[in-house]
Design a protein around this ligand. Structure first.
Ligand SMILES: Cc1cc2nc3c(=O)[nH]c(=O)nc-3n(C[C@H](O)[C@H](O)[C@H](O)COP(=O)(O)OP(=O)(O)OC[C@H]3O[C@@H](n4cnc5c(N)ncnc54)[C@H](O)[C@@H]3O)c2cc1C
Length: 443
């Protein structure tokens, strides 16, 4: 579609957040008699699901140590459940399987899930955990596991198909999609964004929503916002911190038939996330690590095997110099090689007897990508420059399909309690989210 000269709402990015915001905003405008989807233009330099949303592993879970994240996820899971077919969503549940060092955190998460009516089962004790897991997988054998949190909602969705489903919903509300159009600058007048400059012309706007995933660094710069920001630490003092840091998300697929990982009854099992401090050995009996390690995995017909990943690592380069394009495994700053394959396949075999000797089936097809993280690794949902709403999910966000519904209400000038803990001002006030004992920056 041709870029219009003017639109009341211009949304940058056709990933989960841009599309969900567009769809929900169109519905809000219509319900209030304040307009329709035709007042909204979504701009994407490539196309629907061309960014992180289109390569995500697709896990939808609520295993968060941070109360604010948990409540927001419960809301998002409801949106996934509202139309599983359109979103290509598989509600198989999710399991967090943990060692003693994480036990207390997991108990707290369970209690808080119960308090908000989120259905889950807590299993405690080494023998009890083994028995519970063997009730699902006969060949379970992971060591040093003393707690399991089994979430009965959540699961996973197919990345590209779910984005197409969201885009169809937005289009059916009349939202205009301009794909193949790259934003090159933002015109600031009187402190607000008056127009969006692109390689296909300029569009004047009333409100801007920036939902550009790992490219947020570029839009931040166009908004003339600082590279470093003051963050109040636990010592009460302000410290200058980089606003954006890139991490490399290591993922891969074991080339077996997905049926290989069905549960004892032959059904799709929950998504499994295992953390443990048991020493990890490879197929040759060589030590891989004796530090705390973690993996997640699921059988996945979309990826064509057993797909999953391990903890990410920081891209050792200033954010300005990170190569986001070309995105995904093609990025020069995304390097996942033999170390990952060895670790992840050894870890699968540590957990299940069925994976013993299967390391050679690791798929050489590249997968994974980079994510852009905030100073505390949690999202920022806030307005900058008077009329620019920035959705920066700090790489938590495929599962956060419901954020767009809340942002849409905020664009109707109705502040949302669920988004309040994610304001930018928390860095200066020191109201940061608590950190857990998990080896992952997103738990
Ligand atoms: C390998 C990997 C696995 C992941 N797995 C999960 C998971 O299992 N569960 C989970 O919840 N999260 C997961 N995530 C995180 C999740 O994918 C992201 O947090 C989320 O998809 C971000 O959505 P978004 O809409 O903000 O951005 P994106 O989906 O990245 O969309 C941004 C869009 O903006 C467009 N764009 C960028 N710059 C411009 C410009 N200048 N002009 C025009 N358009 C532009 C891009 O083309 C892109 O389509 C994973 C991430 C990665 C990398």
């Amino acid at each position: 579609m041709r870029l219009p000269e003017q639109a009341e709402y211009v949304i940058l990015g056709a990933g989960v957040h841009g599309l969900s915001t567009a769809w929900h905003l169109a519905k809000e405008l219509r319900a209030r008699g304040r307009g329709s989807g035709e007042d909204i233009v979504v701009i994407d330099k490539s196309g629907v699901g061309a960014g992180a949303s289109g390569i995500a592993c697709g896990v939808v879970r609520n295993n968060y140590f941070q109360t604010a994240m948990r409540e927001l996820m419960a809301h998002s899971v409801s949106v996934w459940e509202s139309d599983p077919e359109a979103f290509s969503y598989h509600p198989v549940g999710y399991m967090q399987v943990s060692p003693e060092v994480m036990h207390a955190d997991v108990v707290q998460i369970f209690k808080e899930q119960q308090a908000i009516g989120y259905p889950s089962t807590l299993v405690e004790g080494e023998e009890e955990c083994r028995e519970y897991m063997r009730g699902i997988f006969h060949d379970w054998r992971a060591e040093n596991i003393t707690s399991i949190l089994h979430e009965h909602r959540g699961g996973y969705a197919n990345n590209k198909a779910s984005m197409e489903g969201l885009a169809a919903k937005a289009r059916s509300e009349g939202v205009r999609m301009c794909t193949g159009v790259r934003v090159t600058g933002l015109r600031l007048e009187g402190g607000a964004v008056s127009a969006v400059e692109t390689d296909a012309g300029t569009v004047r706007c009333g409100r801007l929503v920036a939902a550009v995933g790992p490219w947020v660094r570029d839009i931040w710069r166009m908004l003339d916002l600082p590279k470093k920001i003051p963050v109040r630490g636990h010592d009460g003092a302000l410290h200058d911190r980089e606003m954006w840091t890139y991490w490399s998300l290591q993922e891969g697929t074991l080339g077996v038939n997905p049926d290989f990982l069905m549960d004892n009854r032959g059904n799709m099992p929950p998504v499994v996330h295992v953390d443990t401090d048991a020493p990890l050995y490879d197929e040759d009996g060589e030590l891989v690590t004796d530090d705390l390690w973690g993996i997640y995995y699921k059988p996945d017909f979309n990826f064509g095997g057993v797909q999953g990943g391990t903890s990410p690592y920081v891209v050792d380069r200033p954010a300005d110099e990170v190569a986001v394009d070309p995105y995904g495994p093609a990025s020069r700053d995304f390097v996942v090689g033999e170390d990952f394959a060895r670790m992840w396949t050894s870890a699968l075999a540590h957990c299940h007897g069925r994976f013993e000797g299967k390391g050679g089936l690791f798929s050489r097809e590249p997968s994974g990508g980079i994510g852009c993280f905030t100073p505390d690794s949690f999202p920022v949902f806030d307005t900058f420059r008077q009329n620019a709403y920035v959705i920066a999910d700090s790489n938590h966000g495929y599962k956060m399909i419901g954020v767009g519904a809340l942002v849409a209400r905020e664009l109707m000038d109705e502040p949302q309690d669920l988004l309040e803990p994610f304001r930018f001002s928390r860095y200066e006030t020191g109201k940061l989210h608590p950190t857990s004992n998990s080896p992952f920056p997103w738990s």
